[in-house]
Design a protein around this ligand. Structure first.
Ligand code: ADP
Ligand code: MG
Length: 683
């Protein structure tokens, strides 16, 4: 039985069982679903001459020289020898593998799988996999992620036993019609081929199937949860052209076409005129600085005209305060009574706001997560806007919309979600995209600055500051709870104050400061009193100081691409040339490669696709680790056509076009994903 404990397999003692449990493997099924993470086809023999540094190779080789052994100390020894693939000589070094001592001799032949190190024309392979082939050697060699305590070979043996124990009797999880319509192979075949592929083609079929299945149930479960949360009948928020014109005329600028289009889409939604949904459930996405806030304000204004309340929730105090200021500037002259609620208000202030809110004397409440506390009760909330939605846990968003179950929901994000992911996680959310920046904005020039050039950079910046520019300088230590956080920005602050920025008025900003202090710093920077702001990433999200034209990001290699893009978006907000300097002490090729992407594009979408490729989907889903959308599915996520097909299959199943899935099979499959999915459902 699949649900049997792995204990029943021969060869699993207490110690091994514990090792497997530690990996999350308890049952036969868990074991069978622990797939290899790497495959190497050794049926096509390869040659060193065709490889560049860093390539993987699988070659038939012959040992040419007598091995040399050296014991460096108690914990380090190595065995080194030369071999040839028939064309090219290569050095092979085995570290700490005494097992091979005396076993490798000139003339020996084996298959070698490893990573090629190539310097000039000399080849070396370190710690390769060595296979002495016999008639049982498969064409495709697999590799599992395993702790040191479990050897690849013995894990493979366990898989064989597990497969034997269930004897091809895995219950099919996908409806038969899905299998035939989408050309998907049987589960039993797939699981066997995933572990012991006969060819790369059968492996691809098997992987396709497993990924399809995973994504399919993932989408089905999302649907099911959303359905349960579906609202009754929403409040229609009507508007006239005249009212919209009044709002547009109150703006200090003309909306871009993209902003106008998004505004129209939103107003149609809240009027209840969107045929696909009677209530607004919309994602408003657009690159940093494209002007999402005023689009939200248009909806807030119209909601106010209809006599209803709105809420605007921001992920940080700074951003909430800034939104509050901007909303007041534009909306108060139009009669919208606005209040700010953050956790740093005094108890008396909070209770005063709650009282006004409940009695309907506040039209717009701006705030942090403080506004979703149960003590905060609106008199007639009709529109809930959350900014930078990926920063909020799903539960927080859900709570806000539950303040009134008829509430229209708008989420805003400057982290463009790659479209494959959007399709999955925003399945039935409508999406508006602002794909245009306000006129006059200039591309931010972006440079990578090595350690040696760091002094020159600060010298250049100090000259620019004396010339009237303003600069942000960001340090990497991120978590606001991190004790080191304040220390490291203050260090840089001191360094600059006593060095390059001597005589320049500079400020310090980090998450440990009181909100009053933070606000004062930001105001002083905004008003131009401070010429440079040394900050942690508290300024990452949304902060808007149009006068700043230089962004320095220290230790940029520590940040994700999406985050770098956010930070860079703080500058380039006026008609002057803007610069983004990313310093890095790292010589790591991969991280330099990553930073280079920033110098090549200013397009948030391109950057997010790259980020997805490089760092996985967890960050987009608002959680650190996404167990589910893991290695297996990641390959699929980058394949838009495939995701679209899975979504179609899920739609058709839902409509009953593909027959009915047996409840018991369905629920069993769903139960695997439930806990993980709960974390990321939008509403
Ligand atoms: P984001 O989309 O990143 O949240 P904001 O809403 O903060 O961007 O807008 C960035 C800045 O651009 C703000 O100062 C805002 O007032 C200004 N802005 C927005 N729309 C326009 C426009 N159409 N023309 C000129 N400036 C605009
Ligand atoms: Mg914003």
């Amino acid at each position: 039985m699949l649900t049997d404990s792995i204990k029943i397999l021969k060869g699993i003692g207490e110690k091994r069982q514990k090792s497997l449990n530690d990996m999350g493997i308890y049952t036969i099924k868990d074991l069978l679903y622990h797939f290899p993470y790497k495959y190497k086809d050794i049926s096509q023999k390869e040659f060193f001459e065709n490889k560049v540094n860093g390539d993987e190779i699988a070659a038939n080789v012959k040992v040419t020289g007598k091995p040399f052994y050296r014991r460096v100390n108690k914990s380090l020894n190595y065995l080194s020898f030369y071999l040839t693939d028939g064309k090219t000589k290569c050095k092979c070094t085995l570290f700490n593998q005494q097992y091979y001592l005396g076993k490798i001799n000139p003339g020996d032949e084996f298959i070698l799988i490893g990573i090629v190190k190539k310097e000039k024309n000399a080849f070396e392979v370190i710690n390769p996999k060595i296979i002495y082939p016999d008639e049982n050697t498969p064409d495709i060699i697999t590799q599992y992620r395993l702790p040191n305590t479990i050897k690849q070979k013995s894990f493979e043996k366990l898989i064989v036993k597990a497969l034997d124990s269930i004897n091809g009797k895995l219950d099919e999880t996908l409806p038969a019609a899905v299998l035939t319509n989408y050309n998907i192979c049987d589960l039993n075949i797939a699981v066997r081929q995933i572990h012991f592929p006969e060819s790369m083609v059968s492996l691809a079929d098997a992987q396709y199937r497993m990924a399809f299945e995973e994504m399919y149930f993932f989408i089905m479960l999302l649907r099911r949860i959303r359905k349960n949360n579906q609202v009754k009948s929403p409040i229609p928020i009507k508007y006239s052209d005249q009212e919209l014109t009044n709002f547009l005329n109150a703006l200090p600028f003309k909306m871009t076409n993209a902003q106008r289009k998004a505004t129209d889409e939103i107003l149609i939604d809240i009027a209840g005129k969107n045929p696909s949904s009677p209530i607004m459930n919309r994602l408003l996405q657009g690159d940093v600085g494209c002007g999402k806030t005023v689009v939200a304000m248009a909806a807030i204004y119209i909601t106010f005209i209809n006599g209803y309340q709105s809420a605007l929730m921001a992920p940080t105090e700074i951003l909430a305060m800034q939104h509050y200021d901007e909303c007041r500037k534009i909306l108060e002259p139009l009669g919208v009574k606005t209040a700010l609620l953050t956790s740093s208000l005094s108890a008396a202030e909070k209770s005063e706001i709650r009282e006004r809110l409940l009695s309907g004397r506040i039209d717009l409440l701006v705030g942090t997560h403080a506004i979703i506390q149960s003590s905060v009760i609106f008199s007639n909330l009709a529109l809930a806007v959350t900014d930078e939605q990926h920063r909020f846990g799903v539960n927080q968003r859900a709570l806000l919309s539950q303040k009134n179950e008829y509430c229209h929901m708008l989420v805003m994000s400057a982290t463009p979600v790659p479209r494959t992911l959007a399709l999955i996680i925003y399945g039935d959310l409508d999406i508006s995209t602002i794909d245009e920046l306000p006129p006059g904005r200039k591309k931010v020039h972006t440079r990578i600055v090595s350690n040696e050039k760091r002094n020159d950079m600060y010298k250049y910046i100090s000259e620019n500051i004396k010339d009237g520019q303003q600069s942000y300088i960001v340090c990497p230590l991120i978590e606001e709870s991190d004790k080191l956080d304040a220390l490291s920005v203050s260090e840089l602050y001191k360094e600059l104050k006593n060095g390059h920025f001597a005589g320049i008025s500079i400020g310090l900003l980090h998450g440990k400061m009181s909100d009053e202090e933070k606000n004062r710093m930001l105001n002083d920077f905004s008003s131009g009193k401070l010429r440079a702001l040394i900050s942690t990433t508290v300024i990452e999200v949304g902060v808007n100081v149009p006068g700043a034209t230089i962004m320095v990001i220290e230790n940029a290699e520590r940040f994700g691409l999406a985050q770098l893009h956010q930070l860079r978006g703080r500058v380039g907000r006026n008609d002057k040339e803007s610069w983004c300097f990313m310093t890095t002490g790292s010589n790591n090729a991969a991280s330099t490669e990553r930073l280079k992407i920033m110098t090549q594009t200013n397009d948030g979408f391109v950057i997010s696709e790259k980020d997805l490729e490089l760092r996985g989907p967890g960050q987009f889903l608002g959680m650190k680790q996404s167990g589910l959308l893991d290695t297996r599915v990641l390959a699929l996520i980058n394949n838009y056509e495939l995701v679209a097909r899975v979504k179609e299959a899920a739609d058709k199943t839902e409509n009953g076009e593909l027959g009915k899935i047996q409840d018991i099979v369905f629920n069993l499959a769903l139960s695997r994903y439930e806990s993980q999915i709960k974390d990321i459902v939008l509403n």
